[in-house]
Design a binder for this molecule. Structure first.
Ligand SMILES: [Fe+2]
Ligand SMILES: [Fe+2]
Ligand SMILES: [Fe+2]
Ligand SMILES: [Fe+2]
Length: 390
């Protein structure tokens, strides 16, 4: 696999997390921008900057079911911090990153549901907390020119209670410079972040990528009760196909990772549509159909991941060129994409959906054979299905 830039990787995946927590794209990157400014103002080390950068981008990874109220409800508040920390514990990240995520809502004065206060709360977590809250407040404001005092008042009011006085003072200094407001409100923020980002100590090889993909598959599957095992079940099935075709170990891992990530773009689809029990309107159907586009868009931001981007993002393309989102044709769709496409249909048919019960094996086979006859799915892959499943 080509080398992957960890910063590029974390930024891209943070876009998926923005949507998982019902935030607009780039909430995590804007939080990261603020957190880095504070960290630099406090003259923290490069290692600390790297940890703050990583934890800011991943801070809400524990919000797994698109709960808009995860920051309002006290039990969800603790739950998403603990879940997030536990989720990233298995990734090759420093213990500090895990800790910053775990304590990113702890109030400085010990009020609230967390058991730590003051300097017991890791400094990085204190920074991420303030940066996150500032970004959310800034979004509610109309104009960076007229509404700055709202932020200043908010911080002064909560200095020493919600937030550490040291960090509030650092932020007040930063925001006294015009550059902060222009940077933060810029539509070019990802580019600005790229210039100031620290080096992250995370080597992404095929194995690491697979572990991260597993974590994201859990987030994707947990988004809806109907898909609680969809990506992971599909990935197992795709892996069995890969072994059946005697793919190399490296190809097997890429295929598995692609299958785990195939529905990454579903994080952008509102749950009201995904879980709707009745018939979808034509607009809702079009919105659902946009998810492979977003899978590809997010993965396309990472150089070196082109193969996985295509194998994952082409799963709703059909051999007759009438699939979505690009209308690719048979000669543009390789065996790996054809495997994931067929496994996706099989996996979906044998799971419950809001509007139907899971189908039996034979009913699913009938439907898939019809799709093969109509030139949608691969005849060759279908021919192997029974042997693979047996
Ligand atoms: Fe949070
Ligand atoms: Fe957040
Ligand atoms: Fe899909
Ligand atoms: Fe799927």
């Amino acid at each position: 696999m080509n080398p992957i830039d960890a910063n590029e990787f974390l930024s891209a995946f943070s876009l998926a997390l923005d949507k998982a927590e019902n935030q607009p794209f780039e909430h995590a990157q804007r939080t990261t921008y603020i957190a880095l400014q504070i960290a630099r103002e406090l003259k923290l080390s490069e290692k600390e900057l790297g940890d703050i950068y990583t934890s800011s981008l991943l801070h809400d990874i524990g919000i797994t079911t698109s709960q808009a109220d995860a920051h309002e409800d006290v039990s969800l508040l603790v739950n998403h911090c603990t879940t997030g920390a536990d989720m990233i514990k298995g990734l090759p990240l420093s213990a500090e990153v895990v800790d910053y995520v775990r304590w990113h809502h702890a109030n400085w004065d010990g009020s609230g549901p967390f058991e730590r206060q003051g300097d017991e709360i890791p400094l990085g977590a204190q920074i991420v907390y303030l940066a996150d809250r500032i970004d959310l407040r800034l979004r509610e404001l109309g104009s960076i020119y007229n509404d700055r005092s709202v932020i200043q008042e908010f911080l002064k009011k909560n200095k020493g209670t919600l937030f550490s006085p040291l960090i509030v003072e650092a932020f007040l200094d930063i925001q006294s410079r015009e550059k902060f407001w222009l940077d933060h409100s810029s539509t070019y923020l990802p580019g600005i972040l790229q210039v100031i980002q620290p080096k992250v100590n995370l080597e992404i090889c095929t194995d690491t990528l697979n572990v991260i993909a597993n974590t994201f598959a859990t987030i994707i599957d947990n988004k809806s009760p109907f898909t609680y095992n969809h990506s992971r079940g599909l990935a197992e099935l795709a892996l069995a196909f890969g072994k059946h075709y005697a793919f190399s170990p490296e190809t097997l891992k890429q295929l598995h990772t692609s299958a785990l990530l195939h529905d990454l773009g579903k994080l952008t689809i509102p749950n009201e549509i995904l879980d709707k029990p009745g018939r979808l309107t034509s607009e809702e159907y079009q919105i659902i159909k946009s998810h492979p586009y977003y899978t590809k868009l997010i993965l396309s931001k990472i150089n070196g991941l082109e193969t996985i981007r295509d194998w994952a993002g082409n799963h709703h393309e059909t051999l007759d060129g009438k699939g979505y989102s690009e209308g690719l044709t048979e000669k543009e769709l390789g065996i790996h994409e054809q495997i994931i496409a067929l496994c996706d249909v099989y996996q979906a048919l044998t799971e419950s959906r809001p509007y139907r019960k899971p189908m039996s094996y034979s009913k699913a086979i009938d439907i898939i054979s019809e799709l093969v006859r109509n030139g949608k799915l691969s005849r060759q892959v279908f021919a192997s299905l029974q042997q693979v499943i047996a």
